[in-house]
Design a protein around this ligand. Structure first.
Ligand code: GLA
Length: 341
């Protein structure tokens, strides 16, 4: 029998990372914004001890069970999910799910936890329960990002600094382009990159690879040198892009974005032909800059442009010419964090 207890509804956003890719687990800096697209969790207690999860987007039970365990909750739960963050799109649908459930459970059970504790529980759910060895960027963005603001996260010091981000004020748009090439970080390339970076840090004798210094790639060979070249150059590009955003130099913002893509494509090797096609078509259509965002191997790209219609049409034509499934377009307006509804 089910208790007639109140239910709680909470939501949390997807994210895009503006720059600082694959730096969270290397002790570097990242600059995410929260997206307007959100995942909503409707949560109620059950008295039979069971966890019943319903979701139109595939089985989400492992993520919900992970959050429940990480919060030390033993009660039975009904959890109904719905999401405008496309699953597997590189827009952190899993973090949006975890964070919406965590905020709802905190309220439902009166746990009184702060955002940091909820964030830590979500990260444990993903890394320990689901087994995706991700680095904390996504959960931080979903829990902490605010409207019209990017969040500069420093994974070496733990500091977080808001950076006002409203390209709309300069008549520019951040367009999010989902290639619809699906990826998972539970196995495959993401874990390989983490291992390569850990090995490089060990060989260089540094705790945080992102702080290894510009000469670090010269002290390694082959693949590891290329991986480190991405990490240390990306760390420098984060600072360039933040300075450019602060001085409203949108051309320089675009230049740093595109340079980040080239580095992820050539040195870190986490792009794919669809992501490269998006970037090439967006730039050919006049975008100030474009890059893949998130872990890569599929997922989404972002483009900074004064003319989103032209970019959409150029990207769609490029995909049609290859016979690929049409991409999806989302609004990249910087939005707010996880909240009760
Ligand atoms: C995925 C992971 C993050 C981060 C990015 C790459 O989104 O979940 O922790 O490592 O890839 O920046």
């Amino acid at each position: 029998m089910i208790h007639p207890v109140d239910e709680v509804v909470a939501s949390a956003p997807g994210r895009v990372n503006l720059i600082g890719e694959h730096l969270d687990y290397n002790g570097g800096r990242c600059l995410p914004i929260a997206l307007p697209q959100r995942t909503t969790a409707r949560v109620a207690l059950r008295d039979d001890g069971r966890l019943v999860v319903t979701s139109p987007d595939g089985d989400a039970t492992a993520y919900v069970a992970g959050v429940r365990d990480a919060l030390g909750i033993e009660s039975g739960l009904d959890v109904a999910l719905s999401s405008a963050v496309p699953v597997g799109s590189g827009l952190s649908s899993s973090a949006a799910l975890e964070c919406s459930v965590a905020v709802a459970l905190d309220e439902l059970l009166g746990l009184g936890l702060d955002r940091e504790a909820l964030l830590a529980a979500c990260l444990r759910a993903e890394t320990e329960h689901v087994g995706a060895p991700t680095g904390g960027l996504d959960q931080s963005a979903a829990m902490l990002c605010t409207e019209e603001t990017a969040l500069l996260l420093d994974f070496a010091t733990g500091s977080r600094e808001p950076v006002p981000f409203a390209p709309e004020a300069a008549a520019l748009h951040l367009l999010v382009i989902d290639t619809r090439v699906r990826h998972s970080h539970v196995d495959g390339g993401y874990g390989d990159r983490r291992s390569e970076c850990a090995r490089a840090a060990e060989l260089l004798g540094v705790e945080h690879l992102a702080l290894a210094g510009p000469d670090a790639p010269d002290r390694l060979d082959g693949t590891l040198a290329a991986r480190v070249r991405h990490v240390v150059s990306e760390q420098a590009r984060v600072d360039e892009l933040v300075a450019a955003v602060r001085s409203a130099d949108w051309t320089a913002v675009g230049t740093a974005m595109t340079a980040s893509h080239v580095s992820l494509r050539d040195d870190f090797e986490v792009s794919c032909r669809e992501l490269d096609a998006v970037v090439d078509a967006a730039l050919a259509a006049g975008a100030l800059g474009a890059r893949m965002t998130g872990g890569g191997f599929g997922g989404s790209a972002i483009a900074l442009t004064a003319d989103p219609d032209s970019v959409r049409s150029a990207v769609s034509s490029a995909f049609a010419a290859q016979g690929w499934e049409p991409p999806a377009y989302l609004d990249g307006h910087a939005s707010g964090p996880a909240r009760l509804e």
